[in-house]
Design a protein around this ligand. Structure first.
Ligand SMILES: O=C(O)CCC(=O)C(=O)O
Ligand SMILES: [Fe+2]
Length: 318
């Protein structure tokens, strides 16, 4: 039986960054200045032409002449990179384009309209932020809109019926990473983290780049291909594969020119199950690297902490 406790977590209220950005501030408010990230900034960042995440072509899975080598490429991408771009995925481009327009329209709504979708106290869904657990904590320069689509009993009736239809078809979470601060190098759009879910499907909405992944100690910018989804392995898949597939640290940086929008769909296991290394992968030579934990416990622990690198996954290690 699925637990019917409606909330898995909450986040403290924070200012709306879209509104702060309109104030034409000359200096960044101290809570957004990230000396902890300066060091990260000066880590070498590779030019995008030098190294790019792998590309997986989904069409090749339906062709007997190409399926084997593409499966091999997929396995390799999950082991070595934890990130790849998926092309020819079969989702109609008109659906994707409509979704992009509607999310842009949502963030362009007047603030009073958007406030109707504001995250309520004690909940994570709606327009707000996540992972804010103390008043002292540093903040990301961005806003989020989050909804849960499945399981259906976690849906928020006050959020969903008012949304455009495309929104209602897909589960997603939305980040907005804004420019319009005079010192974008001082702030972070989205703190370095690994995704705690099973698998994430990312769609960059506008042309502004900003996503970077950390590989071998180097930040690599991701340049999304047209009509591609960026897919990444989350912590849960790293646990289930007993470490074979990697959940990679990534972040989003802020630029000076324009706001940036992306849509992330987080795929998680059923709430009534548990997570642990797959028994078929645990042998005398390859003992379990991670604990087994109930999904609800895992999620509650996740949302009661700051977003910080791979620290939550590290807690799951044996
Ligand atoms: O904005 C992006 O491209 C990345 C978003 C992300 O990493 C997340 O929401 O977990
Ligand atoms: Fe992420």
């Amino acid at each position: 039986m699925e637990s019917k406790s409606a909330n898995l977590g909450s986040s403290l209220p924070v200012p709306i960054v879209q509104e702060l950005a309109k104030e034409k501030l000359t200096t960044v408010p101290p809570r957004y200045v990230r000396p902890d990230q300066y060091q990260q900034r000066i880590l070498p960042t590779l030019k995008s032409s030098y190294s790019q995440i792998p590309v997986i072509d989904m069409q090749k899975f339906s062709d007997i002449y190409t399926v084997e080598s593409e499966l091999h490429a997929l396995h390799n991408a999950c082991q070595e990179w934890g990130f790849f771009q998926l092309i020819n995925h079969g989702v109609d481009s008109t659906v994707v384009e409509k979704m992009k327009i509607e999310i842009q329209e949502f963030f362009n709504l007047p603030i009073d309209e958007k406030k109707k979708f504001r995250q309520e106290e004690g909940d994570l869904q709606g327009y707000g932020q996540a992972f804010i657990v103390s008043e002292e904590q540093k903040l990301d320069w961005g806003d989020m809109f989050a909804i849960v689509i499945s399981p259906t009993y976690l849906r928020k009736p006050h959020l969903i019926p008012k949304l455009p239809t495309t929104f209602r078809r897909d589960a997603f979470h939305e980040d907005e990473l804004l420019s319009s601060v005079s010192q974008p190098e001082l702030v972070t759009g989205l703190s370095p983290h690994s995704d705690a879910d099973g698998l994430t499907i990312l769609l960059q909405v506008n042309e502004m780049k900003g996503l970077q992944i950390k590989k071998d100690g180097v930040w690599i910018p991701v340049s999304p291909l047209p009509n591609a989804f960026t897919i990444n392995i989350g912590d849960i898949l790293e646990i289930v594969t007993n470490g074979a597939y990697k959940s990679i640290e990534h972040r989003a940086i802020v630029n000076r020119e324009k706001e940036r929008l992306s849509i992330a769909t987080f795929l998680k296991p059923n709430l009534d199950g548990d997570i642990g290394p797959s028994p078929s992968l645990v042998t005398a030579e390859t003992p379990a690297k991670f604990k087994r934990i109930e999904v609800t416990e895992y999620l509650k622990g996740l949302f009661s902490r700051e977003l910080a690198g791979k620290s939550y996954l590290d807690l799951m290690r044996i």
